[in-house]
Write a protein that binds this ligand. Sequence first.
Ligand code: 9MR
Length: 376
Amino acid sequence: MERREFLAGALALGACSPVVPSHAQESVSSEGLAAHARRSGRYFGAAIKSRQLREDPDFTTAVARECDMVVQEYELKRGTTEPKPGKYDFSGADQIIAFAQDHGMRARGHALVWYAAQPKWLEPALKLANRGGREKLMTSYIDTAMDRYAGRIAEWDVVNEALEPNDGRADGMRQNSMWMQALGEDYIDIAFHRARNADPRATLFLTDFGLEHDSPRCERRRTAMLKLLDRLKARDVPIDAIGIQGHLKPFREGFNQAVFARFLDQLRGYGLTFSVTEFDVADRGGPPNPDKRDQQIASVAKAFLDVALDNPAMRSILCWGLSDRYSWLSNFPDYKWPDGQLSRGLPLDGDMRRKPLWDAIASAFDAAPAIGRRRA
Ligand code: 9MR
């Protein structure tokens, strides 16, 4: 299909077709992105923090208007929820889940088994334990978190970021992970079986980054993902879905619709559905003029989302944040602007105004073929 021929490299971005300006959209409709998503049977959501809900009414109103799904930016990570072994603090996640319920939104859970954001006590405990003890140190969190939110969190990132070809293994698996070191690749099997058992109704995700661009880095990561899925499927590991994080960096790596479309078709071939779970666009290195930069961000986003949403197995798009007022990109050393300006990688600017990126997301949803009835 024609649109798959789109090729956006860092230098080709200026040639992309502009999206409808945000002020024009706003004047005709105050519908949020969730309404655009719903037309084709999809969801739109964002990562949020409970503090934003407590302290920022403008942001909270924007989330309620734009989203029908939310995910915790950090408040279900174990480093936050289990500061001491077996002593849990789910207060932040509870507030987010209550907000979702009050607003009729679906919720994701992020993330049960990850190499990062773990409590300090965990790695030493793993080193002291025998094999059974090491498994329990992982599964206890799956059981506790999934039991607590059964029926309220519809889908979980069960294993996050299992791949890292740069760690030097031939199979591309992340070696520098406490779980890989404690249990070998079997940790993935154990985690998914346990999660299926803990809440049989939940959709179980294997989630990773660096699957999007047309670059040697992403090509290695896509290959590692497909090979991992070959092994997991051969072992009947109960994975339902793939989370494609979608942290785009168009001013560093190119994007090719055909390459990404082929990868999604390959994933679908495993009988999996997928979501873009952490979408945003790193803008460092883009044009200094913010309007120009916004147009280029919107163009590459549209190219990416058109392909993503053309695939019937794509169920939802979530941004990693909603407004530039709060974006990890503005703080992360690799992506933040040296002069302290906000990153412009999210659909609303720092004043909660819709940007061309908002229009790109809305129009990609509007163009998406319907996928039939939404899942409960
Ligand atoms: O945006 C998140 C940041 O606020 C946290 O400090 C950090 C560690 O918990 O995690 C960030 O979110 C990451 C996500 O959990 C996994 N994919 C990459 C995200 C950005 O670093």
